[in-house]
Design a protein around this ligand. Structure first.
Ligand SMILES: Nc1ncnc2c1ncn2[C@@H]1O[C@H](COP(=O)(O)OP(=O)(O)O)[C@@H](O)[C@H]1O
Ligand SMILES: [Mg+2]
Length: 251
């Protein structure tokens, strides 16, 4: 039994003179839902980017299941089962929604595009892609080009692509950012189901009610530093945390 699926030790990154992530040592237990909160500019996105390998640290270590991955590029980490925080640019705009997910399913299976029409598994890939689109409530839009999706639907497509890669750890950076209010419950519901599935999830999120209802553990970053870590209720009652937010967010 591995105690930490992800462990950072004194993880630090500097951009010029600015230390965006500052000696953060954090253990993430497997099968837990951890949320990272903190004021704007606290270093939350940078921290996730360090974990996924989009950015390389200035100093400190990242261990994934006790293996040092600090210097590994992003694609190697994905192969090991570390999640990837996808961005809109990872979606092929001219392909349909279904094609985008099908390619991710195929990438996971390790089948190259050129070989595809010889491959008997093709319809299995399609079926799996459709199931994933059902999971994120995008089935009705499967034949549209990805470029035609509204912002909220693009985020759902990103989620389907991340899920297709079946990571052991899901790294999610504000999945509901920019979504219309009526779209948020669908994502909340999806995250609830993923949690029930006993996944390891690391979520950066501003919506504090969402954080409170989903999280086993809440981590607070401020000025790049780890300010607090604990159960949701404990974090809400932490005076240092309240001060970091100047009372605004938790009201
Ligand atoms: N590529 C970069 N180059 C320079 N500064 C950056 C870069 N990425 C982030 N920063 C800075 O690092 C700090 C943390 O940013 P970020 O991780 O995006 O914060 P958060 O996601 O918590 O709002 C901010 O001050 C931001 O301006
Ligand atoms: Mg951010």
């Amino acid at each position: 039994m591995i105690e930490s699926i992800i462990r950072t030790q004194e993880l630090t990154i500097r951009f010029g003179g600015h230390t965006a992530v500052d000696h953060v040592s954090l253990d993430i237990a497997p099968h837990t839902f951890t949320s990272i909160i903190g004021p704007n500019g606290a270093g939350k996105t940078t921290f996730l980017n360090l974990l996924s390998g989009l950015l390389l640290s200035s100093s400190g270590q990242i261990l994934f299941k006790d293996q040092d991955v600090t210097k590994l590029p992003a694609h190697r980490r994905v192969r090991l089962g570390m999640g990837r925080s996808f961005q809109i640019t990872n979606v092929f705009p001219n392909l349909t929604v279904l094609e985008n997910v099908r390619l991710a399913v195929q990438a996971k299976a390790g089948v190259h595009y050129q070989l595809l029409h010889h491959h008997r598994k093709y319809s299995e890939f399609i079926d799996k892609a459709i199931a994933l689109l059902e999971t994120v409530y995008l089935c009705g839009k499967s034949e549209q080009p990805a470029s035609s999706l509204a912002h909220g639907d693009k985020r759902k497509l990103e989620l389907a692509i991340i899920l297709a890669l079946e990571p052991e750890v899901l790294l999610l950076d504000e999945p509901t950012a920019g979504m219309a209010v009526e779209e948020v419950p669908a994502i909340l519901d999806l995250l609830t189901r993923l949690k029930a599935d006993s996944r390891t999830i690391l979520l950066v999120e501003h919506k504090i009610d969402m954080v409170m209802s989903l999280s086993d553990v809440v981590v607070v970053l401020a000025n790049g530093k780890l300010l607090a870590k604990g159960e949701p209720q404990q974090i809400m009652e932490n005076e240092q945390v309240q001060a970091a937010y100047l009372g605004g967010v938790f009201q």
